[in-house]
Design a binder for this molecule. Sequence first.
Ligand SMILES: Cc1cc2nc3c(=O)[nH]c(=O)nc-3n(C[C@H](O)[C@H](O)[C@H](O)COP(=O)(O)OP(=O)(O)OC[C@H]3O[C@@H](n4cnc5c(N)ncnc54)[C@H](O)[C@@H]3O)c2cc1C
Length: 333
Amino acid sequence: MPNNENSGILIYAQLTREEYIHTVFFELLDKAKDLSQKLGGVDVNAVFISRNGLINSFKESFQNMGVNKVYYFEDDNLKNYSTEYYSKLIVDLVGVIKPEILLIGATNQGRDLAPRIAASLGTGLTADCIDLDINEKGQLAATRPTFGGQLMATILCKNYPQMATVRPNVFKVHSVDDKVETEFVSCPVNISYVKNSVELLEFKKTVETLINDLDSAEIIVAGGKGLKNQKGFELLKRFADSIGGTVAATRGAIEMGLAPASIQVGQTGKTVHPKIYIACGISGAVQHTVGMTGSEHIIAINNDENAPIFEIADTGIVGDFFDVVPEYLETNT
Ligand SMILES: Cc1cc2nc3c(=O)[nH]c(=O)nc-3n(C[C@H](O)[C@H](O)[C@H](O)COP(=O)(O)OP(=O)(O)OC[C@H]3O[C@@H](n4cnc5c(N)ncnc54)[C@H](O)[C@@H]3O)c2cc1C
C-alpha cells in the first residue's frame, strides 16, 4: 500500500505525575528509530502535553535523544491528564501533520487515550504489542499475543495513522548519543469548547503502588502455585529480602489469594526485564513467560523436571521449593 501523503512516526511523550517523561517513551523512541531506518529515514517526532512552561525543562533531553520535531501543547488546564482534552489535541495534531505511525505507551493513561484517538480518527489500533516491524510493503507489522497467549498474531492496519500501544519494559533502550537539532513546534490549545467530564479532586497512591517497584527491579523473585500457601509466600519474601530482590507472582498464585494483582507478571500483568529472574514453583505457561523472557538470567526452582520453565531457564534447580530455599537461607544468611 503506497503511502504518499502520510509520513513520519509520532510518539506520545507521556509525563508521569512527578513530571518526568515516562520511560516507555524512550523505549518507543528506540524502536521508532529502527522503524524509521526501514522506512528510508522518515522523521521520528514526539507530541508533548503539559502545564505552562514545562517544555523548557525537556528541550535538551529531546535534542540529545535525537527527536526530529516536538509538537507541544502547554496550558495550565493540561496539568492533569484529561481523556477529553488530550485526545482532542492529539487528534487535531494528527489531522495536520498526518503521521504514518502513531505509537503510545500502554500505561494506564495510554490505554485510556489510544482507543479514543483511534476511534476519533477512524483508524485501527493494535494494543499491547510485543514487537513492531516494517514489512516488505512498508506497512507497520505489529505483533501481539492472541487466543489467550497461545499464538502470536502480526497485525496490519489499513488506515492511517497505523496505531500501536506497547507496554513499558517490552523494548530495551540502547542508549546511544544521537544528538540532533530538534525543532520545537508550539501548537494552539483549542479546548475551550471541549466538555471535560472528569475533574481530578485528589490523587492517592495505593500502598501496593508504593511498595512494588517491579519496573526498575534488578532482581525479581517470583512465586507460583507451587508455593501452595501464605507460608510459601512468606518464605519467598524472606528469600527475596536476603538477595535484595523484589517479589512478583503468577496469575495462578494471585487467583489463589497469595499475592496482590499489582505484582502479576505476564500477558495480563507486567512485562519485566531484570538482571536476574528467579521463578519459584512456576510451570512456565506462555502467558507468564511472555512477561519475563527479556530477563538477562533466568533461574527456575521446580520439583517437576519436565516443567516448561526449564526450557527457557539459564539455570535450573529440580527440587522442592520448601527444601531448596530454607537450605539456601540457612547457609547464606
Ligand atoms: C488470557 C489469559 C491471560 C493470562 N495471563 C497471565 C499472566 O499475565 N500471568 C500469569 O502468570 N499467568 C497468566 N495466565 C495464566 C497462565 O495460563 C497459567 O495458568 C499460570 O501462569 C500458571 O501459574 P503457575 O505457574 O503459578 O501455576 P501452575 O501452572 O499450576 O504451576 C505450578 C508449578 O509449581 C511446581 N511445583 C509444585 N509444587 C512445588 C514445590 N513444592 N516446589 C517447587 N515447585 C513446585 C509444579 O511442578 C508446577 O510446574 C493467563 C491465562 C489466560 C487464559
